[in-house]
Design a protein around this ligand. Structure first.
Ligand SMILES: C[S@@+](CC[C@H](N)C(=O)[O-])C[C@H]1O[C@@H](n2cnc3c(N)ncnc32)[C@H](O)[C@@H]1O
Length: 297
């Protein structure tokens, strides 16, 4: 079983309880702090686990390094961990004044400050509009460019002030969310290349599943969920030959079966006990055996 997003190790411990004594567990996180924490939290299981500090997009290489050809399950729980939001001090939250960093992997070169201070106005606008679905993207980008002519923008507090000054007061008063919410999300997605990584990962991950192995992805916003939904749907599609010809003449074979047509959402009870689950959406798919798999069985 692979947990691609170890975070605080909650899912990992639950998975380990299910798969031991026979199973093997691989846990990945691109945040070294999550790996260090997991080593402690999962200490009791140390002889059954591999923990790897890497981006989950590298799963094919990670598995080949430890000589594993196929896995029975892959779990991805996207977004930020509680630690990253509350205690990392890396500027993931706008409720405290922190350095404008937002890197999940602090070995990566590009920080949120680099994007904010060095990108063209048009690029900032696209980031805020595309990744944050921010209505005032143009005004915010213009204010950032105006402000950084005086001095670099280095903290979340400075960015929040700029955004608050750019969003019309009446619009901010009407909105149910803080005016900085969407820009912060957009910057985090850009810094960590979250959507590109997810898209590339889904293709290769499915090839690593054993026949009838399952992949589950939990996403927290519509951009991520759209990618998962479309990728799963594409890979579950049957050929269209029979619509046009009496027999199938193509080599297209669906790779996946979608496990639940409707995505799984948290119950009211779960949201009460774990408010961060409020916007979670989980999609699950199962690997279909190939013709060779069937012949071997
Ligand atoms: C929502 S938390 C996971 C929480 C975890 N499931 C638990 O039970 O505590 C998401 C974690 O995924 C990690 N992460 C996000 N994108 C990643 C990626 N592309 N590669 C590796 N880790 C990633 C983050 O660093 C974070 O620690």
């Amino acid at each position: 079983m692979v947990d691609c997003t170890l975070g605080g190790g909650g899912h990992a411990a639950a998975i380990l309880e299910k798969i031991l004594p026979g199973g093997l567990f691989l846990g990945i996180d691109q945040d070294i702090k999550a790996i260090e924490n997991a080593r402690q939290v999962l200490q009791a299981y140390s002889s059954h686990i591999y923990l790897v500090h890497d981006n989950f997009v590298n799963l094919p290489f990670i598995l080949s390094r430890i000589d594993i050809g196929a896995v029975d399950g892959i779990l991805v729980d996207l977004g930020l961990s509680l630690y990253q939001i509350k205690s990392s001090g890396r500027g993931f939250t706008f409720s405290e004044d922190q350095p404008l960093d937002m890197r999940m992997n602090t070995n990566n070169a590009v920080t949120a400050a680099a994007i904010v201070n060095e990108s063209e106005k048009e690029t900032l606008e696209v980031i805020f509009r595309e990744y944050g679905e921010e209505r005032w993207a143009g005004r915010i980008a213009a204010k950032i460019v105006e402000r950084r002519r005086r001095s670099e923008i280095v903290s979340t507090g400075e960015l929040v002030d700029i955004i608050s000054g750019a969003v019309p007061k009446a619009a901010a008063a009407k909105s149910r969310i803080h005016p900085a919410t969407r820009v912060f999300m957009a910057l985090r997605i850009a810094v960590n290349k979250e959507l590109e990584v997810l898209d590339a990962f889904l293709d290769s991950a499915v090839d690593l599943l054993a026949p009838h192995g399952r992949i589950a992805v939990i996403s927290f916003h519509s951009l991520e969920d759209r990618i998962v939904k479309h990728r799963f749907r594409d890979m579950a599609e049957t050929c269209k030959c029979s619509k046009e010809l009496p027999v199938c003449v193509c080599t297209h074979k669906p790779k996946l079966k979608i496990v639940a047509r409707k995505p799984v959402r948290p119950s009211e009870e779960e949201v009460r006990t774990n408010p961060m689950s409020r916007s979670a959406v989980m999609r699950i798919a199962e690997k279909l055996p190939t013709t060779e798999d069937e012949e071997e069985m």
